[in-house]
Design a protein. Sequence first.
Length: 564
Amino acid sequence: MRFSEFGLTTLKEVPAEAEIVSHQLMLRAGLIRRLASGLFTWMPIGVRVLRKVEAIVREEMNRAGALELLMPAVHPAELWQETGRWDQYGPLLLRIFDRHQREFCFGPTHEEVITDIARRELRSYKQLPINYYQIQTKFRDEIRPRFGVMRSREFIMKDAYSFDVDQAGLDASYQKMHDAYTAIFTRLGLTFRVVWADSGEIGGSKSQEFHVIADSGEDAIAYSDEDDYASNIETAATSPAATTRPAASAALQKIPTPGVRSIDDLCKLLKIEAAQTIKTLIVHGDDGPVALVLRGDHELNAVKAQKLAGVASPLTMADGDTIRKATGSEAGSLGPLGSKLPVYYDHAVTAMANFSCGANEVEQHFTGVNFERDLPLPATVDLRNVIAGDPVPGGNGTLKIARGIEVGHIFQLGTKYSESMRATIHDQDGKERAMHMGCYGIGITRIVGAAIEQNHDANGIIWPEPLAPFDVVLVPINLQRSAIVQEAAEALYAEMQALGVDVLLDDRDVRPGVKFADAELIGIPHRVVLSERGLTGGELEYRHRRDAESRDMKRAAVLELLLK
RNA sequence: CGGGGCAUGGCGCAGCCUGGUAGCGCAUCUGCUUUGGGAGCAGAGGGUCGGGUGUUCGAAUCACCCUGCCCCGACCA
C-alpha cells in the first residue's frame, strides 16, 4: 500500500472524548471514528488489524475442528421467549419492530439461535460432537458504554457453541476450546491469564475467562504467586480464619460517637485501624432484612452474598426506612450485638478480638467487643472479596491482585438451553436426550483495544507483529527529489510485495519528521529508511518499533529478517 | 438509574462571569522557500456558537426546557 493512496489521517492532538490510552491512540492513529455513544466505524487501517485477529481466531477454531457458520444479527422475539430470556435480559436487549409490528431483537448473543439450528439439524448421537462458530456483530445496549471499543454497544464477537451427548463429551469439547483459546492468545502475542469465573448454579458447569493483563483493566484478578491458580476476584474463595483469636483484653464499653456515619469516621474518632472494626450491612433476605457482618476494611462480595440461603438474589441493599424498622437504629451505628435479625458473619470476623462496632443505637458504638464473652462464637460464611496476601484457595502461596481485560470466556452450559428449547438427539439406546452444550466467546474488537493497552509508548502503538496492520513501513527520504532514492524505494516496495510482505510505502511529499512520527504512532513493527546517503554506501537503515536505535543493514539482510 | 461536567469551523481550545454581531493553535487549499524527527513566510476557504422557547433595542454570552456526549457511582452502615 502507498501511504498517499491509503486515505489515512492521523491526529496530533488527543480528542477530548477519549479517556484511556488505547482509545486515544485508536482515534489518533485513525483506526476508528465514533458515530454515536458505543458505536464506531472501523477505518481502513483498523479493519486491517481486525482482519488479522479474525484470521488467527478462525485458523485456530478450524484447527480445533469447529465449523464456521453465520447467523442473523436480528432474532425473532418468540425464540427468546422460549428460554425466558426475553424478560430476563432486560434493557440490555435492543428490541425492534418490523413493518408488521412483529417484535424482534438485535442479538446480544446467540444461544437461542444456535439451539434452534441444533434441534433442527441434529437427530442422532452419531452427528456429535459438533461445534459451530461464527464471527459476527453483536449489539448490547450497555448502561454505560466506555473506553472506546473496550465496552461498546456494537462489537464483533467470535462465538462458538458445542453440542455433546453427555457431560463427558462436554468436558472434552470444553477442554478443546480451552486449548484453542490458549493457542489463539499466545499467537496474538498478548500477555494473558486464564482465570476461574463465576461457576454458576447449574451443577457441574464451569467457566473460565481469558484476561489480557493491563492496569486499565475493568476486572480484578486474584492469582497465586506460587502455582497456576487464578480467579476473577468475584469468585476467589476465602477460607475460615486459620489464625487463633487473641485473648479478650479490653472491657466492653458503650461510647457515644456523635456524627459517626462510616467506618472511616469511627476510625478517626477512636484513632484505630479499619481492621479493628466490623461493619454491618443490611440487605434484603427471603423473609425480611438480614445482616451481613464484615471486617471494617473488607469489601462485601455481592456474588457470594446473593448465593447464600436466605439472602435475596440479586443482592439489594436495604433502604433507610427498612433499616430503621428492622434495627431501631440508623445506618452507621449498626452492629451484631443485640441484633434481632438473622446475621451472616464473614470468615475473617471470628479471628478478631477487642473490636469496635455499632451498638444499634443512633450514634453509639461498642468498643472492646469479644466473641465467647460478649457474643457467642458464630458459624461463618464467605462474604468478602479476597485481598492481596490472602492464602490461595486450595493451593499454594498467597494471592496477588492484578487487573485484566476480559477478551475470552468459555462456559459449560449443560442442558439449560437444550431442555428449555427441546434440543434432543437419540442416543445409542434409541433414547431421546437433551444435548450438553458449551459456549465460547472471544471479543474480536476488544482484543484490538486490549493489545494497544498492553503495547504502547509515548509515541504511539507498538503492535505485536501478528496484529500489525502492516509488517513494515518504508520511509524514503527525499523521495520526490532523489532519483536514487526513488528507484531503490520502488524496487524494494515491489520486491516486498512479491514476497508477500505487508508493506506500507510512505510516498508522501512531507518532511521526514512527519513520516517518522506517523510510523511510530500507527505502530508498524519494522521500519526501513531509504536515504541517498545510505544507498550510496549500499546500506538501508533498519529499526524495530521497540528498538531505541536504528542500525545499518544490507538490503538482503533486511529482506531475510522480514521473512524470518 | 443517581451524581458531576461538557457542547463555539474537521480536531484541540479561548470568548460567556460584566450582552454590542466570533477568535487562537492544529488541519485543509494556493504560492514561494525548505527537506533526516510533527518546517518558515505570505495569502485563502470554512462556523445557523447542539436544538427550542423566553428576556432584551440587541443573545455564543442571561433564564427555562430539550437533546447529545464524557466522567464518577450504583457496598454510608
